[in-house]
Design a protein around this ligand. Structure first.
Ligand SMILES: *Cc1c(COP(=O)(O)O)cnc(C)c1O
Length: 318
């Protein structure tokens, strides 16, 4: 397992590339929730999500070790982050995306000079292809979450939160494969074990919730949750033990709660956030924690949305 020393090292490695993102508040949200709520705004991060933190830490190490090029298997935020940092560091990135990847996502990767390779429709097809490409030609494969350097990079969000929100009681973190929450929980618990770290998943993608209940990895089938960054089928081999050790609770939110939170943040707080980034705010808006008068940090993990799909995502009224 990684330690806070790895996370502090990661922060040093990546600080010239990433933004220390702001924490924003809303009186209306505080009143609705009955708590003081702080949004750690990773939708304002470079490339539009926190994924650039782990990707930068890992790609820098790959470049130092003499990698010829970089591969990744993701048309989403991870693919964009890897393409961006590879371009910054002057190394080629080949990103393996599904045959039906949205044109807007493919063009975002191309805008960072990432090379695109289409492969199948499932991650079960893409992942081995990206790994094989790397192995055969002297490249390095960059995993989206199940990697010590990636987890340490994501954990830098936790370091910043502990500096920015003095006296925080609870930190809420969206959970996909678990890289973000395992890094943040490692940092937060090392600095102050009294601060609670709680994971938030969509009801439709509750693999980590089920795995924690069962005490072992449980895989779920394909899911259509609008929170597309949280659709992983099971927690990672490396992330799950960290989640078991440090995460205090896991809470589920419905699709309509996610939509309402996304709409609230956009309409009232004037911030563009994606559904995956809105799940933590959904939990405080809908009283999922059963607490009052606490200082709660919601990690807003990303803001990449396809504007043409926005009208479909949002409910008609809150
Ligand atoms: C990847 C991602 C997540 C989930 O992160 P994991 O490390 O896989 O748990 C959450 N939100 C956004 C916006 C993401 O891109």
């Amino acid at each position: 397992m990684i330690t806070i020393t790895d996370i502090r090292q990661a922060h040093e490695n990546i600080s010239a590339v990433i933004h220390n993102t702001p924490v924003i508040t809303s009186k209306q949200l505080d009143e609705m929730s009955g708590n003081q709520v702080f949004l750690k705004s990773e939708h304002l991060q470079k490339t539009g999500s926190f994924k650039i933190r782990g990707a930068t830490n890992k790609v820098k190490a790959a470049v130092t070790s003499g990698a010829a090029f970089i591969t990744a298997a993701s048309s989403g935020n991870h693919g964009q982050a890897v393409a961006y940092i590879a371009n910054q560091l002057g190394i080629k990135a080949r990103i393996v995306v599904p045959e039906d990847a949205a044109a807007s996502k493919v063009s975002a990767i191309k805008a960072y000079n990432g090379e695109i390779e289409y492969c199948g429709r499932t991650s079960a097809e893409r992942l081995p292809r990206a790994k094989e490409l790397a192995e055969k030609h002297g490249g390095v494969f960059i995993p989206p979450y199940d990697d010590p350097l990636v987890i340490a990079g994501q954990g830098t969000v936790g370091l910043e939160i502990m500096e920015q929100v003095k006296g925080a009681d609870i930190v809420l973190v969206p959970v996909g494969g678990g890289g973000l929450i395992s890094g943040i929980a490692t940092a937060v618990k090392a600095i102050n074990p009294a601060v609670k770290v709680i994971g938030i998943e969509p009801e439709l993608a509750d693999d980590t919730y089920r795995s924690l209940q069962a005490g072992k990895l449980i895989a779920i089938g394909p899911t259509e949750t609008i929170a597309d960054g949280l659709r992983s089928s099971q927690p990672g081999d490396l992330t799950f033990p960290v989640i078991q050790k440090y995460v205090d609770d896991l809470v589920l939110v419905s699709e309509s709660e996610i939509r309402q939170a996304q709409q609230f943040i956009m309409e009232r707080m004037k911030q563009v956030v994606e559904p995956s980034g809105a799940v933590t705010t959904a939990a405080v808006m809908h009283h999922k924690l059963h607490v009052k008068h606490k200082r709660i940090v919601c990690v807003v993990s990303g803001g990449n949305i396809d504007l043409s799909q926005l009208a479909n995502l949002l409910p008609l009224s809150v």
